[in-house]
Design a protein around this ligand. Structure first.
Ligand SMILES: C[S@@+](CC[C@H](N)C(=O)[O-])C[C@H]1O[C@@H](n2cnc3c(N)ncnc32)[C@H](O)[C@@H]1O
Length: 205
């Protein structure tokens, strides 16, 4: 078992492959399984620092794709060519702000790996994570095209079941997934929505 804070195989692999974080293997596993990243897409990556999801997504969307990262802090790696970065708090970000800053009106995919600074108090950390994931979903409902996809991390706790129900109502397919690269001791799961229903598109969060 991996001790928290101790370099594991995923960490070493990320270093050797030039990725900014081991979290890239969570995204790559889910993308291999569900195939949501495609060439030419417009992708919004919430909580993008240090930047491994941006690095992976840039390869998948290619030169014709558009990639926007959002975080409280700038990426720790050079932004992939053509990608844009917005330094902002996801809890305060609006769809109008994203459109104004990027010139992109509509996205194919919204990713969120946003994680609160943990306190070790489980209920408090879960509540903070839920609030961030709900904000990510609200942004996705305002920015995704019909048929678009959403993937967000959340720490399991009270309120997550209702969030899953919201995703299932808004998308043709909604489900939870725990990637192999997610440490078994971690309470995180990823929620996936595929195929946004037109009627679920919501105005400004
Ligand atoms: C686990 S990291 C993301 C890792 C990233 N997916 C990668 O692969 O490099 C979580 C990120 O969420 C960001 N974050 C936390 N609260 C946030 C907020 N309110 N608004 C924007 N970003 C936030 C943190 O700054 C942190 O960089």
């Amino acid at each position: 078992m991996t001790r928290p804070g101790h370099p594991d195989a995923y960490y070493r692999r990320a270093k050797s492959q030039g990725y900014a974080a081991r979290s890239v293997y969570k995204l790559s596993e889910m993308d291999r399984r569900y195939g949501f990243l495609k060439s030419g897409q417009a992708v919004l990556d919430l909580g993008c620092h240090p930047g491994s999801w941006l690095q992976y997504a840039a390869k998948k969307v290619g030169k014709k794709g558009r990639l926007v990262g959002v975080d409280l802090q700038p990426p720790g790696v050079e932004m992939p060519p053509g990608a844009q970065f917005i330094q902002a708090d996801v809890l305060e970000l609006t769809a109008k702000g994203v459109r104004g800053d990027t010139g992109i009106e509509i996205f194919d995919l919204v990713l969120s790996d946003v994680a609160p600074r943990t306190t070790g108090i489980k209920d408090r950390d879960a509540a903070a994570s839920l609030e961030l994931s709900e904000a990510a979903l609200n942004l996705a409902l305002a920015l995704l095209k019909p048929g678009g996809s959403f993937l967000a991390k959340v720490y399991f706790g009270p309120g997550v079941d209702e969030l899953i129900r919201r995703i299932k109502r808004a998308f043709k397919l909604g489900k939870g997934h725990k990637p192999e690269a997610s440490r078994s001791a971690s309470k995180e799961i990823y929620l996936l929505g595929r195929g946004l229903k037109k009627a679920a598109q919501a105005p400004e969060p």
